[in-house]
Design a protein. Structure first.
Length: 296
């Protein structure tokens, strides 16, 4: 009975994966990219996070808020690595609303403890300014945007040492690079754009970034430290969004490794203690109860 249930569950999973694939037919899966923060030993690249924040600030923040991230998070360990002074100066460039003693709404410079403010006063205003649909918040977008890889890949993705949890980051990177001319005969409604990685291929967001749009820091020769291209911009801002969605990822992974090592050592000690204790009394049934093994 148990074997039958396992086989039935496997068959159901396979059928569901085929159904998902059929529903998304014509929309390719984003290519799997290499990220410094992938895997159990992954770590964020601090320079990449700083570049990604620059792309967000200069390009994306005009439409997308980041309400669950506070300015002070930029100075925390495992993040972009800004100093407290830089964070204070950065926060002062933004305005947040609060009520004064008379109960009136007033604008004041943001502080390090404040969250990144939305570029719009409310969701309706955001929708009205963007063709009827409010742009999503950036805070957890890298975790929220995912896709089904089907059976048996979703089983492999769950394995601890070979797992894959960067679907959202890969999707964001691919989406930003997926704008292209529509196929011949494809009708594009007004206010939409063709993107090969977007479900249905019609997206309301125009291409947000182009080559040379953001000026990166230069090296001693006056050359950009990395290419100023859409590919690089999208990679950097996707990595920054991965950090925004999980600012304490590096601390979590470090704690997880320590716990695994502790459990391995504890398991070895428990096995050793068990062998020492039972060696004195015998662990076999016939040693403890010889009457059960009498021969007649």
């Amino acid at each position: 009975m148990k074997t039958t249930r396992v086989l039935a569950a496997s068959l159901l999973a396979a059928v569901m994966s085929v159904t998902v694939a059929s529903a998304d037919e014509g929309t390719p899966h984003p290519p799997r990219e290499k990220w410094s923060f992938a895997g159990i030993f992954g770590r964020f690249d601090q320079a990449q996070l700083q570049r990604g924040f620059q792309v967000y600030k200069e390009v994306c923040s005009s439409c997308h808020g980041m309400s669950l991230v506070r300015f002070r998070n930029l100075a925390e360990a495992g993040g972009p690595g800004f100093s407290a002074g830089q964070v204070k100066e950065l926060a002062a460039q933004y305005k947040v609303k609060e009520q004064n003693d008379a109960g009136e709404d007033v604008d004041r410079p943001a502080r390090a403890a404040d969250a990144f403010p939305s570029p719009f006063p409310n969701e309706k205003a955001a929708a009205a300014a963007n063709g009827g649909k409010a742009p999503p918040d950036f805070s957890v977008l890298a975790k929220a945007r995912t896709y089904e890889r089907g059976f048996p890949l979703f089983v492999i993705d769950a394995l601890p040492f070979v797992g894959y949890s960067e679907q959202g980051v890969d999707y964001i990177h691919a989406l930003l690079n997926g704008y292209e001319d529509p196929p011949a005969g494809k009708e594009i409604p007004t206010g939409t754009y063709y993107n090969k990685y977007y479900a249905g291929h019609l997206i309301a967001m125009p291409k947000p970034i182009s080559d040379g749009q953001v000026t990166y820091a230069k090296n001693d020769k006056g050359e950009p430290v990395v290419p100023e291209t859409t590919e690089q911009y999208s990679r950097d801002v996707a990595a920054f969004m991965a950090w925004a969605a999980e600012p304490h990822m590096m601390a979590r992974k470090a704690l997880g490794l320590r716990v695994i090592l502790f459990l391995l050592v504890l398991s070895g000690l428990l096995y050793y203690v068990k062998k020492k204790i039972w060696a004195k009394v015998g662990g076999e049934v016939h040693g403890l109860q010889p009457e059960l093994h009498k021969t007649y």
